[in-house]
Design a protein around this ligand. Structure first.
Ligand code: SAM
Length: 286
């Protein structure tokens, strides 16, 4: 049976279960039914889908997921929810694991479903949005779609272009592995407690194959992370501190080969340029 919570219900539950929400765990509960339904719609959940949810909290979104998907696996760090979940979430297709998402062995959890369509749907804890998305993408779990509510300004960073102040290593990682789009904005007023910032739902369609052919993904991402580690440095200087084995001249020559200025900074380069540069450098030294 469904127990979708209104603001009054939430306060009653907090009282009954002596639950104190924890700001440090990013606990802002989404209590708007329409927005929860819009999240389900954005993820196009069907009866064939296996859904991984990070942070079910009180379980409003979880319940809608259980009603639309084949199976829901929810990972919740805060064990204080256990009694609430045991009493109020009665779904046979729901499995809740009480652990830190960053520590779990996701491959082991998802392994039984490797022939199925796996989607991640979550209203994320904002203090670890980027590490969660990096874990999902870089460790290459067999996930088809990721639909997450995140801070609006972080959503904008994910969609930013080279040279913009928000452009970063995460933008390039997302660009490499997914087709991303900004779905809709969510105001602070639909949460308890209300966050200070607006939120946004973003949809990432994970590509079967990354957009570009690379010599080595490990090197590509080492180049990207090195270039963004010290934003004030030129690309040449950042790269020569990340790869002391490269002569500076080789790096300068590589940039010249692609018609790029040797004083260029990493944040001005597109994903395609990073791919070309790292492939070219690898071919030269191997
Ligand atoms: N899904 C609920 C909703 O929409 O109302 C709660 C969302 S709340 C923004 C984030 C949830 O993530 C909280 O329940 C919090 O306890 C949980 N959480 C925080 N850090 C976590 C972590 N490292 N691993 C798993 N869950 C975490």
């Amino acid at each position: 049976m469904r127990n979708l919570y209104s603001p009054t219900n939430v306060k009653e539950i907090f009282k009954k279960y002596k639950f104190n929400y924890k700001k440090k765990l990013g606990q802002n509960f989404l209590i708007d039914k329409n927005i929860n339904e819009k999240i389900i719609e954005s993820a196009s959940i069907s009866e064939d889908d296996i859904v991984l949810e990070i942070g079910p909290g009180l379980g409003n979104l979880t319940q809608l997921l259980c009603e639309s998907a084949k199976k829901v696996i929810s990972i919740e760090i805060d064990k204080d929810f256990k009694k609430i979940h045991d009493d109020l979430l009665n779904y046979d297709n729901l499995e809740i694991i009480y652990d830190d998402f960053m520590d779990i062995d996701l491959r082991k959890i998802l392994n039984p479903y490797d022939k199925e369509k796996i989607k991640v749907v979550a209203n994320l804890p904002y203090y670890i949005t980027t590490p969660i998305i990096m874990k999902l993408l870089e460790e290459k779990y067999p996930v088809d779609k990721i639909v997450v509510m995140i801070q609006k300004e972080v959503a904008q960073r994910f969609a930013s272009s080279p040279g913009g102040k928000d452009y970063g290593a995460i933008t390039l990682t997302i660009n490499y592995y997914t087709e991303a789009h900004y779905a809709f904005t969510v105001p602070p007023s639909v949460f308890i407690p209300q966050p200070k910032v607006s939120s946004a739902v973003v949809v990432f369609d994970v590509l079967d194959k990354p957009k570009y052919k690379v010599y080595s993904e490990e090197i590509l991402f080492k180049v990207i992370k090195g270039a963004f580690a010290k934003r004030r440095k030129t690309f040449v200087n950042s790269l020569s501190s990340t790869f002391p084995e490269f002569e500076k001249e080789i790096i300068v020559e590589t940039l010249k080969h692609f018609g790029l200025n040797k004083a260029i900074r990493g944040e001005k380069l597109s994903l395609e340029e990073y791919v070309k540069i790292s492939n070219y450098l690898m071919e030269r030294i191997h």
